[in-house]
Design a protein around this ligand. Structure first.
Ligand code: GYE
Length: 326
């Protein structure tokens, strides 16, 4: 009996030693003293719909490099919410140390975030937000989309609000916090002005759909349209083609306001084809990596980190373009 007990005891010690070794090999820093351990992170990106997204992916890949102590498992879900949920679930099954999520849409995250929590895997949101309960994620690194919309709306109200002006809107992905909050901020800012919203439809944040939807607007309303608000540069850039093809001059016949301030958008602004851009900074990687390291090390972090944005008119775009990083 005694001998048996001792053996069983040894076996138990062995099992614990194995588990600990497994943990270290898997990169967990739980238990402290693990600063030099590789942190395995699953990053569920939306897709590759825009110039903003390319810059954001690059920023994240650079920050979550091996040299910085990470093993990054990258997934881009082609803007399909179900595929993104499946990617997060697969990160949970792989037992990653942390999950970073740029949620395509706001709703539908409760179950899988709960599964991550039950598996003790912290989730850090980047870029967009979710409607799920705050205790299902550790932190959010993002931008104030409502303020971006408001800044665009204020500029429009100041410049066109006192004369009857017909506006069309190219919205971002329906159900995304970026689209919802930008619309709210913009609509609040143009309330009570002489601006009429003729139409507002989604172009899914892409150039191709921005062009198609703008073609539809032009067929329907023709030269009645005075102003376009696009929720991102790419849709505005797609719309440029449609406007030119209709024989109209973008920036003159139809004024254009967008959000993002990626290089292509800023070039259109400097060239006078856009009229105003509100910035949305995609370079979130370093901040997200810093937050992930803290969370994995068990240190406390803020529930949200908001990165500041600027706005540009034509002259400001010309001045900023040479040093523009994305
Ligand atoms: O404005 C757009 C991208 O969520 C802030 O998504 C992001 C938006 C960005 O596709 O270009």
């Amino acid at each position: 009996m005694k001998a048996k007990k001792t053996l069983a005891g040894l076996a138990l010690v062995g099992a614990i030693a194995l588990t600990t070794a497994g943990c270290a090999g898997g990169g967990s820093t739980a238990g402290g003293g693990g600063d030099d351990k590789v942190i395995t992170v699953g990053f569920a990106q939306t897709g590759s719909e825009s110039g903003w997204r390319s810059a954001n992916t690059e920023s994240m890949k650079t920050a979550f490099s091996e040299a910085n102590g990470f093993n990054l498992i990258f997934n881009a879900a082609d803007n399909k919410p179900e595929a993104q949920i499946a990617a997060v679930r697969s990160f949970i099954n792989q037992g990653v140390d942390a999950i970073v999520l740029a949620p395509i849409v706001t709703d539908g995250w409760d179950d899988v975030l709960k599964e991550a929590k039950d598996a003790n895997i912290p989730v850090i949101l980047e870029d967009r937000t979710v409607s799920a309960s705050e205790d299902l994620y550790a932190s959010w690194v993002g931008l104030d989309f409502k303020k971006e919309g408001e800044t665009a709306g204020k500029w429009v109200a100041e410049n066109f609000g006192k004369t009857p002006t017909n506006l069309v809107v190219l919205e971002g992905t329906t159900g995304s916090s970026a689209a919802t909050d930008r619309a709210t901020g913009f609509n609040d800012a143009i309330k009570g002005t002489d601006i009429t919203v003729l139409d507002s439809q989604t172009g899914n944040f892409t150039r191709a759909e921005g062009k198609t939807v703008m073609e539809g607007f032009l067929q329907k309303y023709g030269s009645q349209i005075n102003l376009l608000f696009a929720h991102n540069d790419d849709m505005g850039l797609g719309a440029l083609d449609a406007i030119k093809a209709a024989g109209l001059k973008p920036g003159t016949d139809i004024k254009i306001v967008t959000i993002d301030a990626v290089k292509d958008g800023m070039t259109a602004l400097a060239d006078g084809e856009f009229n105003y851009i509100v910035e949305c900074n995609p370079l979130l990687g370093d901040k997200v990596a810093e937050v992930v390291k803290k969370v994995v090390a068990g240190e406390s972090v803020d529930k949200q980190y908001i990165v500041e944005d600027q706005a540009f008119d034509q002259e400001q775009a010309k001045a900023a373009l040479p040093d523009r990083k994305y």
